[in-house]
Design a protein around this ligand. Structure first.
Ligand code: SF4
Length: 413
C-alpha cells in the first residue's frame, strides 16, 4: 500500500494517458465492490488435505472421518499452532500409524516458495507461487524490541489502479481465498515458533486492496486472531479508501487497526494518482474516517510516502494539516484519534523520486503538529536487498514491483 508517487513530469504524462483509463478503473472498482467476493476454500493439493485450512472443529471432523479419536485433532492442532511443527515426524506423541496417514493424506500448507531474500537487518521477503501459477509476496520484519511483523497480500494483482504502483498497472488477477491469506501468516507463525520466537503483528499491506476482498480478508483476520492467537489490536488492515467497506468494517466490532493510504491532500493531486479518489473523493473519505473513529473509538493511521521536493514541502504539510484539522476527528483532540505515518520513499528502479531527508521529515512533522496532528517517520527495512527486488521481478515476471514491498516500516500506530 505504500509505494512511490509519480513526479511532476510523470503526472503530466499520466494526465495525457489520463481520464479515459481512469474512468475504466473506476468501473472496475465499482464492479469489485458489487461482487462482494466470497470464495470457496481451494481444492486440496493432489487430493491431500491442507491442515492449515482447517479450524479446530473441521480438524476434529477430519480425524473422526479417518476413524481416529477426537483428541488426536487437539494434539495435531497443538503441534502445528503452538509448537510450530513443520513436519509430521516431529509430532512424537502421535502413533506412528497416524503420522504415516498424515504424510499420505495431508499437507501443511499449499503455498510454494518461489524466491526468498533475507536482508542484513533480518527482514525476509518471500514470493509464493499459488496453485494456479499466480504470484504473491509476503514479508517478515524482525524488530530489536522483539516484535515480529508479517506483511501479507490479499489479492493477486489489484483493481485499484494506483498509477505509481506496478500491481495496479498489472491489473486484477483474482481474489485470494481466506486460506491463502491465512497461510501467509501461518507460515511465518510456525517458523518463528520452531525457533522459540513469536509472530506479534500482521499488516495487510502487500499486494491488493484488502477491503476489495472483504469476506475472505475478514475470515482470515478472524482466524489469525482466534487460531493463531495474534491480538486483533496487532492486526492492521490498510486501504486506499473504499468508503462503503470502511463503513462496513466500522460495524464489525473488532479491535483491528485501520490504515488509510493518503499520499496527497487535495482531490486534484489524489485523482491523478489514485483512481479510487474519483469514485470516493477526499471529502467522502474523510467523512467516512470520522464515522469510523466515532463508531469504533479507534484511532486511524494515515500513510504518507514522502518524496523529496514533491509531497514533502511545507506547503503540502500545511495542506495535509488543514485537511485533517478541518475534518476534526475528535473534539477533545485530533492528535488522539489519528496519526500520520511518514514513510520516506525507498528508491526503486523505474521511478526517479528520492526519499525525503531526515531534516525535512522533521519540518513536515513540526508543521503537522501545529494542526494538532501527530506524525512519525518510519524506519525503512530491508534496504540492502532492494536491488534484489528487480532481480526477483525479472525472475518472476508475474510479481509486480508493488508487490516487491520496498520495506518501509510497517509499524503502523
Ligand atoms: S494499486 Fe492496489 S496494491 Fe497498488 S497501491 Fe493501489 S491499492 Fe495498493
Amino acid at each position: 500500500m505504500i509505494h512511490s508517487l509519480p513526479n511532476r513530469n510523470q503526472l503530466a504524462r499520466l494526465s495525457l494517458v489520463g481520464m479515459r483509463s481512469m474512468s475504466g478503473k473506476v468501473k472496475e472498482i465499482e464492479e469489485q465492490l458489487r461482487k462482494d467476493d466470497a470464495m470457496e476454500a481451494p481444492a486440496d493439493l493432489e487430493g491431500k488435505v491442507n491442515l492449515y485450512a482447517l479450524n479446530q472443529t473441521r480438524m476434529e471432523e477430519l480425524l473422526l472421518d479417518w476413524g481416529e479419536p477426537k483428541f488426536r485433532a487437539k494434539q495435531i492442532w497443538q503441534w502445528i499452532n503452538v509448537k510450530g511443527a513443520t513436519d509430521f515426524d516431529k509430532m512424537q506423541d502421535l502413533p506412528k500409524g497416524l503420522r504415516a496417514k498424515l504424510a499420505e493424506k495431508a499437507v501443511l500448507g499449499n503455498l510454494e516458495i518461489a524466491v526468498e531474500q533475507v536482508s542484513k537487518d533480518g527482514t525476509i521477503k518471500r514470493a509464493y507461487k499459488l496453485k494456479d501459477g499466480q504470484m504473491i509476496e509476503s514479508v517478515l520484519m524482525p524488530y530489536d524490541d522483539g516484535r515480529r511483523t508479517a506483511c501479507i497480500s490479499s489479492q493477486a494483482g489489484c483493481a485499484m489502479g494506483c498509477v505509481f504502483c506496478a500491481t495496479g498497472q498489472m491489473g486484477f488477477a483474482r481474489q485470494l481465498t481466506s486460506v491463502e491469506i491465512l497461510e501467509q501468516v501461518q507460515r511465518f507463525h510456525v517458523e518463528l515458533l520452531s525457533k522459540g520466537e513469536r509472530l506479534s503483528n500482521v499488516v495487510l499491506m502487500g499486494m491488493g486492496e484488502p477491503l476489495g476482498n472483504y469476506n475472505n480478508v475478514m475470515e482470515a483476520v478472524r482466524r489469525i486472531n482466534q487460531d493463531l492467537g495474534i491480538g486483533a489490536r496487532h492486526i492492521t488492515i490498510s486501504t486506499v479508501g473504499l468508503v462503503p467497506r470502511i463503513r462496513r468494517l466500522a460495524e464489525e466490532n473488532m479491535q483491528i487497526k485501520l490504515a488509510v493510504s493518503l499520499h496527497a491532500a487535495s482531490d486534484e493531486e489524489r485523482n491523478a494518482i489514485m483512481p479510487v479518489n474519483l469514485r470516493f473523493p477526499l471529502a467522502d473519505l474523510m467523512e467516512t474516517c470520522k464515522f469510523y473513529v466515532e463508531k469504533t473509538g479507534r484511532r486511524i493511521s494515515f500513510e504518507w510516502a514522502l518524496i523529496a521536493g514533491q509531497n514533502d514541502t511545507p506547503e503540502v504539510a500545511n495542506k495535509l494539516g488543514h485537511l485533517l484539522k478541518w475534518n476534526d476527528f475528535n473534539p477533545q483532540g485530533l492528535n488522539k484519534m489519528c496519526h500520520v505515518n511518514l514513510i520516506p520513499l525507498n528508491p526503486t528502479a523505474g521511478f526517479d523520486g528520492k526519499p525525503t531527508k531526515a531534516a525535512e521529515c522533521d519540518i513536515f512533522i513540526k508543521i503537522l503538529s501545529k494542526y494538532g496532528v501527530t506524525a512519525t517517520t518510519r524506519v525503512r527495512r530491508g534496504i540492502d536487498i532492494d536491488a534484489g527486488c528487480g532481480q526477483l521481478k525479472s525472475k518472476l515476471n508475474k510479481v509486480s514491483a508493488c508487490a516487491m514491498i520496498p520495506f518501509y516500516g510497517f509499524d503502523v500506530r
